[in-house]
Design a protein around this ligand. Structure first.
Ligand SMILES: Cc1cc2nc3c(=O)[nH]c(=O)nc-3n(C[C@H](O)[C@H](O)[C@H](O)COP(=O)(O)OP(=O)(O)OC[C@H]3O[C@@H](n4cnc5c(N)ncnc54)[C@H](O)[C@@H]3O)c2cc1C
Length: 391
């Protein structure tokens, strides 16, 4: 859950403050739809959108209000690569699976861009390069290996000696034509398209369990709803017949929003170890610079320690004028670094989880793969993301 109590060091996500609140109704009990989707984050809302586009009736069930949890804890860089992953993936899974994952990330990036265009969504979507560097020059060799791996997989990379940040970074991998956006503006626009023609968004309705069968019954604290298929996109699966929690571990990460003197360059930036990321976003005043980094256990008592470290880091690298926002959230990670997307051991009940701090693309990939599975379209990524692959 995103932490943003105003009285605890002013924690507040920029994405939440800049958007209107939602007010969808609680569940109307006794309905039947083609697909019930549990969870109103990027995975749930995108899945519902693609299924509705495919002609299915859908109902999104959200325990709280939609787009208020991990999806507003993000920094919303949409890119084919979260960090140095591909060299590792090639070593552990082989070139063909690594290539498949690279392709799914490229397709997810393209899908978001198409959705923005199709629905004409004003969400500060911009195509930008992403630079991945490492301030510690000892790590340049690893970076170079990652570059070679990404190139082998056909990703749009080049090796550059300079990064347009206002401090020395050493060389970098430059990923061309990546993107960034405002995640809540994007998803609010999609959720407003969901209601109607037999489809629904229900808020303040907590799913409790799912009863299996030809027709599934989702039991909630506000009554029940029937469906032919159910998608569990609650970040941490609330119905887990296969013990998937054993393969997911969560961490908390931290974000600050600041104004700085001088021009912030066009681009997104990742210092790959220890991980720190930078991007900017437009505001009514000037560009807000969003810096992320630091990891802690999810339930750590004193988050201030991590915010202070991040602020110190920002002061060392940027000419900071003022710190405006701070927030933190968790995400879950799998052992092999790939998300869990697909059917559980229960026919017609699907799961999407384990996005590993890269849920803009992985959450969109989940929507695409699950839509293919539910509509019976052939998809090549079933094995790659199979949630039962660790069994
Ligand atoms: C600091 C940070 C930076 C990040 N930066 C990036 C980035 O730059 N790029 C990127 O791609 N990814 C990034 N991520 C990762 C990305 O934000 C997440 O992977 C993604 O938002 C997760 O989406 P979700 O839909 O799974 O989860 P959520 O947004 O949490 O959605 C799940 C929803 O399910 C609801 N729910 C829970 N239980 C129930 C229940 N019983 N009944 C009904 N509803 C329920 C919750 O209330 C919630 O709204 C970052 C994450 C963090 C923490």
């Amino acid at each position: 859950m995103i932490l943003q109590e105003k009285n605890s060091g002013n924690e507040s996500s920029f994405w939440l403050e800049m958007c209107p609140a939602t007010n969808f109704p609680i569940l109307k009990t006794g309905l039947k739809v083609d697909v019930v989707i549990l969870g109103g984050g990027i995975a749930g809302i995108t899945t519902a959108t693609l299924l509705k586009q495919a002609g299915y009736t859908v109902a999104v069930i959200e325990a709280n209000r939609i787009i208020k949890d991990v999806t507003v804890g993000t920094t919303a860089k949409i890119s084919v690569s979260p960090n140095k992953i591909y060299n590792n993936l090639i070593s552990h899974l082989g070139i063909s699976k690594a290539k498949e994952y690279a392709n799914t990330n490229s397709r997810a990036l393209q899908k978001i861009s198409e959705i923005v265009e199709e629905y004409d969504i004003d969400c500060d979507f911009h195509r930008l390069p992403l630079y991945m560097f490492n301030e510690s020059l000892e790590k340049v060799n690893e970076l170079k290996q990652e570059f070679e791996a990404a190139k082998k997989l056909g990703l749009p990379v080049s090796w550059v000696e300079d990064v347009p940040l206002p401090f020395a970074t050493g060389p970098a991998i430059k990923y061309d034509n990546q993107a960034q956006f405002h995640p809540r503006k994007y998803l609010l626009a999609l959720s407003n398209e969901l209601n109607g023609e037999g489809s629904y968004v229900f808020e303040k309705t907590r799913a409790i369990t799912v009863k299996e069968g030809d027709v599934k019954k989702v039991i909630t604290d506000k009554g029940s709803i029937m469906a032919d298929n159910v998608v569990i996109a609650t970040h941490s699966p609330i119905y887990d017949p296969d013990g998937l929690h054993e393969y997911l571990h969560s961490e908390r990460s931290y974000v600050i929003g600041l104004y700085a003197r001088g021009k912030f360059p066009d681009g997104m930036f990742i210092d790959s170890f220890p991980v720190h990321t930078y991007r900017a976003t437009p505001t009514d005043n000037e560009k807000l610079i969003i810096v992320a980094g630091e990891h802690s256990p999810v339930d750590v008592e004193d988050r201030n320690v991590y915010y202070h470290r991040l602020e110190k880091y920002a002061n060392q690298h940027l000419n900071v004028e003022s710190f405006e926002y701070r927030w933190s959230s968790k995400d879950s990670v799998t052992d092999d670094g790939l998300p869990l997307i697909g059917m559980t051991s229960q026919e017609g009940i699907y799961v999407a989880a384990g996005f590993g701090f890269w849920g803009m693309t992985n959450g969109t990939t989940a929507a695409m793969v699950l839509t293919d599975l539910i509509t019976g379209k052939k998809t090549s990524s079933i094995d790659l993301f199979n949630p039962l692959r660790f069994k």
